[in-house]
Write a protein that binds this ligand. Structure first.
Ligand SMILES: [Zn+2]
Length: 586
């Protein structure tokens, strides 16, 4: 979606917008020095740790780690998607979002939304005329009111019901294919995708129908059928029931993730209006981002059997990258053979919600699962547990949450937290050390580079006066490419701000790490930053020189073109490097 709005417009938008005004209109801000403070709108707190920097055009919460630009704030606070946030910010600033490049594509999507809406109305209407479908819903204890809230419908037992209803002319028939409502055979004829099924419209954040789920009435295969991926519908992004939950509840404290639409509807029927379902996929990080935009707590509900535990573990793995202070993820395992529908039906809302309150925290589930794979009574077992936890913890963003998680694990392993951290860190490096090519050209990790990127994130204007020729490009430092790209960006835009830099990286995997660097405190003035940046670059070049030279000489040695003088230089260089393997062991 980001590509649809030209980057130069985002630049202009960020340059014109004032983050203090944008946030100030939603959260009462107090001036504190050069910055503004407030009680964080993203987590519960009594003393303000939410900071807005007009210089950087960036907000950051020291409590929960929330951070971002004015656009990011609108996305998080208003639960908007990127395009919506751009439109909102543009209207605050008073400029028009350019649409010329993609006017046709947009127009097309709008038309498709319209088709989906008409289809939804058609299915909804059909339910009123079909006694069998009504009887099915009654049998499942779905009231007329709930059916209306979720706009549940019925697709008639026909090959061309929707085709006849909405497929007037070639253009419209194509639209039906594009939205997945019909399918085209080899001979070019189309037929309805959903036949004799109860229909659950899947709606996006704005309530527009983007897809459908269909369930068979009695027998038949497959039991559940979803719309295919289309321009409008992305399974990895949408959550069934989220729109309805937000419409029904003024404030959402937690969201419950269940498996199917019938679970969502059954729970709503019993007054639990905060359940959502993924659409036949595991929960993706994108899903979790959406959920955490709405509330701070997510509970996954799974069967207690082997398959359920497995699915829960997959959800856990996908969730690790989204963990941070102020967010909570828990797991509820139902007794064998039960699903949320049957469970709440037999024990009622209160008992069910009591179960939710007792759901297992993610840290607990993580530990439990790892413990079943090791013997904690032995030293080896405890070491193995740390080993198993390492790649998982590696995905959790740095911060208070991670520290707590490590502490929790340390207690279980019976090791002081600090020691475990060291253990994890050492263990993290060792396999690389063992397997990496020990030659002198191995790209190094550089704290200098990190410092340089941090300086640039805080003082992007400092790039303008830098002098670095082409020396940097030859450096073999991991991440140097990112730095060079940042430098280019900053150099070419004289009025660039931190927020602008970040917005240019939106949608790329590095954005989060860059935003975290931007969120760090900086006490350096612009001029000092420019000087330090120049210094840091010089040091990076200096630091890499022996490695470059070594690589050059090793190559010569391999070719046999090395002189005696160079040989001794090489030996000198190699002896200075400590604890590495012998040269030439390629
Ligand atoms: Zn916060």
């Amino acid at each position: 979606m980001a590509g649809r709005i030209p980057q130069h417009f985002i630049d202009e938008l960020i340059a014109r917008a004032d983050i203090v005004e944008v946030i100030g209109a939603r959260v009462p801000l107090k001036k504190a020095g050069r910055e503004y403070k407030a009680n964080c709108p993203f987590h519960d707190e009594k003393t303000p740790s939410f900071t807005v920097s007009p210089d950087k055009q960036f907000f950051h919460c020291f409590g929960c780690g929330a951070h971002g630009t004015a656009l990011g704030f609108l996305i998080d606070y208003d639960h908007a998607d990127f395009v919506e946030a751009v439109e909102e910010l543009a209207s605050i600033v008073g400029i028009e979002v350019p649409r010329e490049e993609n006017a046709t594509a947009d127009r097309r999507s709008l038309d498709l939304f319209d088709v989906m809406d008409k289809a939804s109305a058609f299915y909804y209407e059909q339910l009123k005329h079909d006694r069998r479908a009504q009887a099915y819903l009654r049998r499942r204890n779905v009231s007329g009111e709930t059916a209306r809230d979720y706009r549940i419908g019925y697709a008639p037992d026909s090959w061309d019901a929707i085709l006849r209803q909405l497929g007037d002319g070639e253009h419209k028939r194509q639209q039906l294919v594009d939205t997945g409502l019909t399918m085209r055979r080899d001979d070019g004829r189309e037929y309805d995708r959903f036949r004799d099924r109860v229909i659950f419209p899947i709606r996006d954040a704005r309530g527009r129908t983007v897809g459908f789920g269909g369930r068979v009435l009695d027998k038949g295969e497959p039991k559940y059928l979803n719309s295919p991926e289309t321009v409008l519908f992305h399974k990895g992004k949408e959550l069934y029931g989220l729109f309805e939950a937000r419409r029904a509840l003024r404030q959402i404290d937690r969201l419950l993730v269940v498996e199917g639409y019938m679970d969502v509807v059954a729970l709503a029927e019993h007054g639990v209006r905060y359940a959502v379902a993924t659409l036949g996929t595991a929960t993706t990080p994108e899903h979790l981002k959406r959920l955490f935009r709405v509330c701070p707590e997510v509970i996954f509900c799974f069967d207690g059997d082997q398959a359920g535990r497995k699915a829960a573990w997959r959800a856990l793995e996908n969730a690790l990258g989204e963990l941070r202070e102020g967010r909570q993820i828990r797991f509820l395992f139902l007794p064998d053979g039960e699903d949320p529908d049957s469970m709440i039906g037999s024990e009622g809302r209160e008992a069910f919600e009591l179960r939710l309150s007792g759901a297992t925290p993610l840290s607990e589930f993580l530990l439990q699962t790892l413990c079943t794979q090791t013997d904690l009574d032995s030293v080896d077992g405890r070491a193995r547990l740390a080993e198993l936890a390492r790649p998982l913890l590696g995905r959790v963003p740095e911060g208070i949450y991670k520290d707590l998680l490590v502490d929790h694990l340390a207690t279980a392993v019976g090791m002081p937290g600090e020691r475990l951290t060291t253990h994890l860190a050492v263990a993290k490096d060792s396999p690389r050390r063992r397997t990496a090519n020990p030659s002198a050209t191995r790209p190094a990790r550089s704290s200098l580079l990190r410092r340089a990127i941090t300086l640039l994130m805080h003082h992007p204007k400092a790039a303008a006066g830098l002098d670095y020729d082409n020396q940097l490009e030859t450096l073999e430092i991991r991440g140097i490419g990112i730095f060079l790209e940042l430098l280019e960006e900053c150099k070419n835009a004289p009025n660039i701000s931190t927020a602008m830099v970040l917005e240019r990286w939106r949608g790329r995997p590095e954005m989060d790490a860059l935003a975290r660097l931007a969120a760090q405190e900086s006490l350096v003035s612009d001029e000092a930053a420019a000087r330090e940046l120049q210094d840091t670059i010089a040091k990076m070049v200096e630091e890499s020189r022996p490695r470059l030279k070594t690589a050059q000489l090793l190559e010569k040695a391999a070719d046999g073109t090395i002189s005696e003088e160079e040989k001794s230089e090489l030996q000198n260089l190699l002896s200075r490097r400590t604890g590495t393997a012998q040269p030439g062991t390629k």
